[in-house]
Design a protein around this ligand. Structure first.
Ligand SMILES: Cc1cc2nc3c(=O)[nH]c(=O)nc-3n(C[C@H](O)[C@H](O)[C@H](O)COP(=O)(O)OP(=O)(O)OC[C@H]3O[C@@H](n4cnc5c(N)ncnc54)[C@H](O)[C@@H]3O)c2cc1C
Length: 508
């Protein structure tokens, strides 16, 4: 962004609520605030359009892995999904449409990256520094996403590669892969989606696998015109189908919670592998050595067939270095490549924002979590960070159901918090450390015996201490129960203070 573009973005001096991020979470928060008549807010989004994950990830084949009828807001059902598991452009369009339909545009500032936020104890407000100027806010809602910071492993020589090299989350439309030799590094969710899309175009495809993923048959299909017409005419019917899908998926949590049950889905995935990969040597290399569910379960009917095409190879030797013209593996073989696609996932347990969020003792969230471990009260608030509400915070992601259900639970919790503060005449709330610790103890106790900690894998769910600080260890319904009410007894409520207009109190 140029300096003149930057100065053209008008930021309010002060708002009641500043929302960072314009994905499902940030937009959902804005909608709830507006519905409640709380119009003193702003949405700060660093990208040039809202949508978050679904604006940023434009790689071919990008698709949700939860049925779209469920992977959408309960208050904004979409009868028009063209597939039961929609592709990225359709989900992105759904989210931008929400911004328009709910009249949120005047509140949204795109192209604004939040660079620093510090709690000012005297003034009981957040000082927020952005790429377009500063503002203050009584409440800060962090909707920065759990999978929004691409991770690229540091491999020797990567900076000397002469061709284009890009992450799936930064897909280069200007790079035509047709007829090229392409190295895809990583075999996680995005790689498994992109490989079948690019394999037919490229001259040679080398897929570098460190750990094979478990892959289930894909249940998706195009929706029928009659189905869409029915949903359009009868919204309660769509709700009913959504409810059935939701409760069906809640049952999927059992093999995760009680890892011995994971043998059942594991058998299904093995059958899928056997049916799709007749070559026993290749099949062996594609067979995971950990329990299903320990890493995110993937779904594809096209990935294994793509790998078996004459122009494709699966490379399982460790990568030793990137050379100017390809990838050299530990066995000394150089795999020539004209382009590299990093399908290496996201920084989840070391998000950069933790280093710029500073609480009332001036400590960063990163310092706090390094000392205590990553944790929050009810996945949403953190002791020492008053009036900070984290959407999709610690231990809120799901392996079995829609994160949008979790986000809606958190939105209701935040709205209840705001109502409680108003009713008590309080300016701010700060989670009591003992309440947070007690909550976190229960979460980590429930984590024992789950496939995520017992399944024999190292996954992005785990932090550097091997603790799962990412996923919710139960049904999504149980998360809704623990967030159904804002319990003021779990918080210290801070009274209002008079701040002279324009005065910037000292940051504590
Ligand atoms: C390829 C892909 C597929 C996925 N598929 C599924 C799925 O099928 N089912 C599922 O449940 N989940 C899926 N996920 C997880 C997905 O991220 C969540 O479902 C959901 O989109 C999260 O919404 P969010 O608003 O919390 O975060 P995001 O969608 O990531 O939005 C966060 C926003 O915050 C912005 N932001 C971040 N930092 C700043 C800053 N400093 N200043 C300003 N703005 C900032 C980002 O630009 C982004 O727009 C997928 C993720 C990826 C990457």
């Amino acid at each position: 962004m140029t300096q003149s573009e930057r100065t053209m973005i008008e930021l309010p001096d002060h708002v009641d609520v500043a929302i960072v991020g314009g994905g499902f979470a940030g937009l959902g928060m804005a909608i709830e605030l507006k519905k409640a008549g709380r119009t003193d807010f702003v949405v700060l989004e660093r990208d040039d359009e809202v949508g978050g994950t679904w604006h940023r990830n434009t790689y071919p084949g990008c698709q949700c892995d939860v049925p779209s009828n469920l992977y959408s807001f309960s208050f904004a059902l979409n009868p028009e999904w063209s597939q039961t598991f929609a592709l990225q452009p359709e989900i992105g369009a759904y989210l931008t449409r929400l911004a328009d339909d709910y009249g949120l545009r005047p509140w949204i500032r795109t192209g604004v990256a939040v660079e620093d936020a510090a709690w000012d104890e005297q003034a009981r407000r957040w000082h927020v520094r952005t790429s377009a100027g500063t503002l203050t806010a009584r409440v800060l809602v962090a909707g920065m996403g759990a999978l929004s910071e691409p991770a690229i492993p540091s491999i020797p020589g990567a900076d000397r590669f002469e061709g284009p090299a890009f992450h799936t989350a930064h897909w280069r439309r200007d790079v035509d892969l047709a007829g090229k030799r392409v190295a895809v590094i990583g075999t996680g969710a995005s790689a498994v989606q992109v490989v079948p899309r690019i394999q037919p175009q490229v001259d040679k495809l080398s897929v570098f696998q460190r750990t094979p993923p478990w892959i289930m048959p894909h249940p998706g299909r195009p929706t029928r015109p009659r189905e869409r017409a029915l949903f359009r005419a009868l919204p309660p019917l769509q709700k009913l189908v959504r409810g059935a899908t939701y409760w069906g998926r809640e049952g999927y949590v059992l093999p995760f919670r009680f890892h011995r049950l994971s043998r059942i889905p594991q058998r299904m995935a093995l059958k899928h592998l056997e049916a799709q990969v007749p070559d026993s040597v290749l099949r062996e290399r594609l067979t995971p050595r950990y329990e299903i569910g320990c890493k995110r379960i993937l779904m594809s009917d096209e990935y294994f067939p793509a790998l078996q095409q004459p122009n494709a190879e699966l490379v399982t030797d460790a990568i030793a270095e990137i050379t100017p013209t390809g990838v050299r593996t530990a066995d000394g073989v150089e795999h020539p490549a004209d382009a590299i696609v990093w399908g290496t996932g996201f920084r989840v347990t070391d998000m950069p924002y933790v280093e710029w969020l500073r609480g009332c003792d001036g400590r960063t969230l990163g310092d706090t979590w390094r000392e205590q471990g990553v944790q929050a009260l009810r996945g949403t608030t953190v002791a020492g960070f008053p009036n900070l509400f984290m959407l999709v915070g610690p231990n809120t992601l799901l392996g079995h159901n829609s994160i949008v259900f979790i986000i809606e639970s958190q939105l209701a919790y935040v709205m209840d918090a705001l109502r409680t503060l108003d009713a008590r005449g309080a300016a701010a709330c700060d989670a009591r450390p003992e309440a947070q610790a007690a909550f976190n103890d229960v979460v980590q106790r429930r984590m024992r015996g789950t496939v995520w900690t017992q399944g024999g894998c190292a996954s992005w769910y785990l932090d550097s201490h091997g603790r799962n600080t990412t996923l919710w260890p139960g049904t999504s319904w149980s998360f809704r129960r623990v967030t159904r009410r804002f319990d003021a007894a779990e918080y210290e409520l801070l009274p209002q203070v008079a701040v002279p207009a324009g005065a910037l109190a000292e940051i504590c």
